[in-house]
Design a protein around this ligand. Structure first.
Ligand code: TMP
Length: 202
């Protein structure tokens, strides 16, 4: 089973995943957590280039292609082989981040972006995608406190609002794959719901 977590900045995905993984392992599942961009040596090198605050001149198409390069590598090197042996793979972001950020956020042609994503993933679609949804300004304020500010965080609030709206649109378009969780609540409540949602699907 392939599970992805998505959300606007500061939604808490990264802090929730280790606890979710631990919980599932205690239940006897074999779980492999990973993240995008990254999760492979090549992918982590690409991540540095994309997120470096110095790279202000990066064009949205360059950004889109770099994410796809990292994605193609992780799909082939990590995700597909693990799924083939029956493991549960949980990814902190995946293809829907490109649709939300590069498609809706940068307002690039959605059909072209979808075609690139399909090429990069080889058509691999998650079985379940959880959207940790929250108000954009609340999320950005959380992220500023965490000190993990990257080049994309520095895009305008309007950009991030388009990203969130994009996610909400995707949930509507594919209600069977997506589950939305309100991430503005207390951390424990969000974790509990996340566990219920994933266990429900397993
Ligand atoms: P984060 O997951 O640590 O917040 O960092 C990932 C950043 O990269 C985040 O700002 C979202 C962005 N991103 C894209 O814009 N497109 C993508 O395809 C992916 C995977 C991430």
């Amino acid at each position: 089973m392939f599970i992805t977590l998505e959300g606007p900045e500061g939604s808490g995905k990264t802090s929730h995943i280790p606890y979710l993984v631990e919980y599932l392992r205690e239940k006897g599942h074999i779980v492999f957590p990973t993240r995008e961009p990254g999760g492979t040596s090549i992918g982590e090198q690409i991540r540095e280039v994309i997120h470096d605050l110095k790279n202000v001149e990066m064009h949205p198409r360059t950004e889109t292609l770099l994410y796809q390069a990292a994605r193609a590598q992780i799909v082939e090197q990590v995700i597909k082989p693990r799924l083939a042996t029956g493991e549960i793979v949980i990814s902190d972001r995946y293809a829907d981040s490109t649709i939300a950020y590069q498609g809706y956020g940068h307002q690039q042609d959605l059909e072209q972006v979808r075609a690139l994503v399909k090429y990069a993933t080889g058509g691999l679609v998650p079985d379940l995608t959880v959207l940790l949804d929250l108000d954009v300004e609340v999320g950005l304020a959380r992220k500023r406190k965490d000190n993990e500010w990257n080049r994309l965080d520095a895009y305008t609030v309007e950009f991030h609002k388009r990203v969130r709206a994009g996610y909400l649109e995707m949930v509507k378009q594919e209600p069977k794959r997506w589950v939305m969780v309100d991430a503005e609540r207390k951390w424990d409540e969000v974790q509990e719901e996340l566990r219920k949602v994933v266990e429900g699907r397993l």
